[in-house]
Ligand binder design. Sequence first.
Ligand SMILES: Cc1cc2nc3c(=O)[nH]c(=O)nc-3n(C[C@H](O)[C@H](O)[C@H](O)COP(=O)(O)OP(=O)(O)OC[C@H]3O[C@@H](n4cnc5c(N)ncnc54)[C@H](O)[C@@H]3O)c2cc1C
Length: 491
Amino acid sequence: MSEFISRLSDRLRVLFEHRETSSHAAQHGLDRTFTNRVLESQPLSVFIPERFGGRGQHVQECLSMLEACSYESLPLSLVMGINGALFLQPLSKYGLESVQAEVFPRFLHENALGGLMITEPGFGSDALQMQTSAEKTAAGYHIRGTKHWGGLTGHADYWLLTARGMTPKGDLERNISFFAWDRSFGGIDVEEYYDSLGLHMIPYGLNRIDALLPEERKLEPATTGVRMLLDLLHRSRLQFPGMAMGYLRRLLDEAVAHCKDRTVGGRPLFSYDQVQQRLARMQAAFTACSGMCAFSSHAAAVDNDCSGDALPANAIKTVVTDMMQSAAQSLLQLVGAKGYRLDHIAGSSVIDSRPFQIFEGSNDILYQQISEAVLKGMGRVRETNLYRYLADLKLTSRVADYLKTPLSFTLETDLPQRKTVELGKALGRIVSMDMVLQLGDQGFRKELIDNCIAVMKSDVEAILHRFASMTDTQVVEDYREGAVWQDTLQT
Ligand SMILES: Cc1cc2nc3c(=O)[nH]c(=O)nc-3n(C[C@H](O)[C@H](O)[C@H](O)COP(=O)(O)OP(=O)(O)OC[C@H]3O[C@@H](n4cnc5c(N)ncnc54)[C@H](O)[C@@H]3O)c2cc1C
């Protein structure tokens, strides 16, 4: 670990030790004094190019910084992730040099914070339909619209605003544009702060935008705005394991410590088989996430065009966020009632990790997209056998033989959506297992690799079994008619 990261970890440990957690736990909003103390050690410098005084955007360091933060606090790590992947990296790649020269020093020396606004009340998953418009005028771009759920609402000094240009007729263009806003422009009003379920450190809310930005604040895509959006989102998803890494390690450490300490029925929890099963799964998540971090250290480089990396990016994002939620649920189960409090890490983890399965692409939708990417690839090479296709695919060739039997079947192309989602769950885990095997090849502890592969293999087999036996059951509308259980007792 670099000296920079170990100094940051030490500082965070001290800061969080001295924070009054109980009184802050249920309190909403950004504690600026506390955040400034964290920012004094310049964690965001890892996202800033060297020529502007940053540490040079080495992804390995970005992930290690996120890991150091998430070991202490998942919300803090998300604040760093938002600033890095959703503001600083895109600005460094697509912003004008003069704008970068103006903005980056403020992050390094004045504790500035930034975020990204894509989502609108009417358009979340289908963000490409957004209604926020950017009208080009003689004075610059006039941006008008309503955005919500932008992390750091009301507190960010900078926003990347997304909007659609306007045709000469006044209609919205299909293409998406990005603009770098800062406070000096004004024109963003917070209409409401949301009482969010978790992640209390991060303010969210509803923003009305009516702002005029100079032309140079528009980001310049290499090709189209939609490709720029995909490049940004895929790079961000590839870096989720940074935020997950410290968090999963912390939950595992907490769980092991608790289970060794707590005795039930005269023996430590640690000695129970069911407890071991939960702990082993939590440890498998730690190992899988390590494999993803190693993979992303190269894949997410800012110079790479990640717009075509839907398969690895979506696999990593979905699988690691499912693992985060499942590890939190396990910790709470193991700690029991003592953990069911907002000021206990087990309780807060359950609500803090949950939205990771929703934002930046709802997992249900991303799993479907994973399947679609594989089905499209199979169509291209005219392969119908899933095992044979995955054995040839770079992202899965190392692992395919471990699952040869369950994968050796002819995959139909016209699957119902629920089956594409289920298949995507299996494929996401298969891609992740490949990363774990690569990690093992590079010298990671073998025992952990073997355990992780055993756990994930069994998960994939169970998912594929479910996939094969899925029904097409539909919800019964007006279901209360003839469905009152008390009535059945009167005959
Ligand atoms: C804590 C948190 C932080 C966030 N941070 C940001 C941020 O910083 N910036 C920002 O711009 N946005 C942010 N968001 C918004 C987030 O990106 C959106 O919530 C997300 O894109 C989903 O949009 P939606 O909530 O409108 O849900 P919808 O689009 O209404 O979807 C809801 C659900 O419907 C289902 N669904 C939708 N479409 C389909 C389909 N085609 N097939 C099957 N099922 C489907 C899925 O289960 C999905 O989860 C944040 C949200 C949360 C909760």
